[in-house]
Design a protein around this ligand. Structure first.
Ligand code: HEC
Ligand code: HEC
Ligand code: HEC
Ligand code: HEC
Length: 122
C-alpha cells in the first residue's frame, strides 16, 4: 500500500515537472500575451528566427516588418523630436523598444545627452 502511494506520488510529481518544463515556455520568457504583436498574430519565430528562442533577436527581424528605417522615420516624422531620424543614424530598435519588457524611459540613449527630451515609448 505504501509502495503504491509513493509510486503515485512520484508519477504525479513527474507530470507536474513535465507540464512545467513544456507548457509555459512562453510565460517563462515573460512574453506579453496582451501585446500588440500577440494581437496581430506575430509568432515567436517571426522575431526570433528559431522555434525555441533563448536570446534576444537581432533588429533585422524588426526591419522585416517595419522597415526600411526611412519608413519608420516618415511614420514619426510629425513628432517634435523624431526618434527614428536623428544624428545617431539608424540605431538598434532594441535600444528603445522592448517586446516582453518595455524599457524604462531613462534607458533611451538620447537622454544621455538630451536629458530634457521626453518620449512616449511603446
Ligand atoms: C511579423 C511582423 C512583425 C515583426 C517581425 C515585428 N513587428 Fe512590430 N508590429 C507588427 C504589427 C503588425 C504591428 C501593429 C501595426 C503597426 O503598428 O505597425 C506592430 C507594432 C509595433 C510597435 C507599436 C506598438 C504599439 O503599442 O503601438 C512597435 C514599437 C513595434 N512593433 C516594434 C517592433 C520591434 C522592436 C520588433 C523587433 C524586435 C518588431 N516590432 C517586430 C509586426 C511586426
Ligand atoms: C531612439 C529611440 C528609438 C529607436 C532606436 C527606435 N524607436 Fe521606434 N519609437 C520610439 C519612440 C519614442 C516612439 C513613440 C513615438 C510617439 O508616438 O510618440 C516609437 C514608435 C514606434 C512605432 C509606433 C509608431 C506609431 O506610429 O505609433 C513603431 C512601429 C516603432 N517605433 C518601431 C521601431 C523599429 C522597428 C525600430 C528599429 C528599426 C525603432 N522603432 C527604433 C523610439 C525609438
Ligand atoms: C515582436 C518580436 C518578438 C516576438 C513575437 C517574440 N519575441 Fe522574444 N524577444 C524579443 C525581444 C526584442 C527580446 C529582447 C528582450 C525584450 O525586448 O524584452 C526577446 C527576448 C526573448 C528571450 C530572451 C529573454 C532574455 O532573458 O533576454 C526569450 C527566451 C524569448 N524572447 C522568447 C520568446 C517566445 C517563447 C516567444 C513566443 C511566445 C517570443 N519570444 C516572441 C522579441 C520578440
Ligand atoms: C553623445 C551625445 C548625444 C546623444 C547620445 C544624442 N545627441 Fe542629439 N545632439 C547632441 C549634440 C552635441 C547636439 C548639438 C548641440 C545642441 O543643439 O544641443 C545635438 C543636437 C540634436 C538635435 C538638434 C538640436 C535640438 O536640441 O533640437 C536633435 C533634434 C537631437 N540632437 C536629437 C537626438 C536624438 C533623437 C537622439 C537619440 C536618438 C540624440 N539626439 C542623441 C548630442 C547627442
Amino acid at each position: 500500500m505504501k509502495n503504491t502511494l509513493s509510486v503515485i506520488t512520484l508519477f504525479l510529481a513527474m507530470i507536474a515537472m513535465l507540464t512545467l518544463s513544456v507548457l509555459p515556455a512562453a510565460e517563462a520568457a515573460g512574453f506579453r500575451e496582451k501585446g500588440v504583436h500577440h494581437d496581430q498574430g506575430v509568432a515567436c519565430k517571426d522575431c526570433h528566427q528559431v522555434e525555441k528562442p533563448k536570446d534576444a533577436p537581432s533588429h533585422k527581424a524588426c526591419l522585416e516588418c517595419h522597415g526600411p528605417y526611412e519608413k519608420m522615420a516618415k511614420r514619426t516624422g510629425k513628432l517634435e523630436i523624431n526618434p527614428h531620424d536623428s544624428h545617431l543614424g539608424p540605431i538598434e530598435c532594441l535600444q528603445c523598444h522592448g517586446v516582453h519588457e518595455p524599457i524604462e524611459h531613462e534607458q533611451i540613449p538620447c537622454l544621455e545627452c538630451h536629458a530634457e527630451f521626453k518620449f512616449r515609448i511603446k
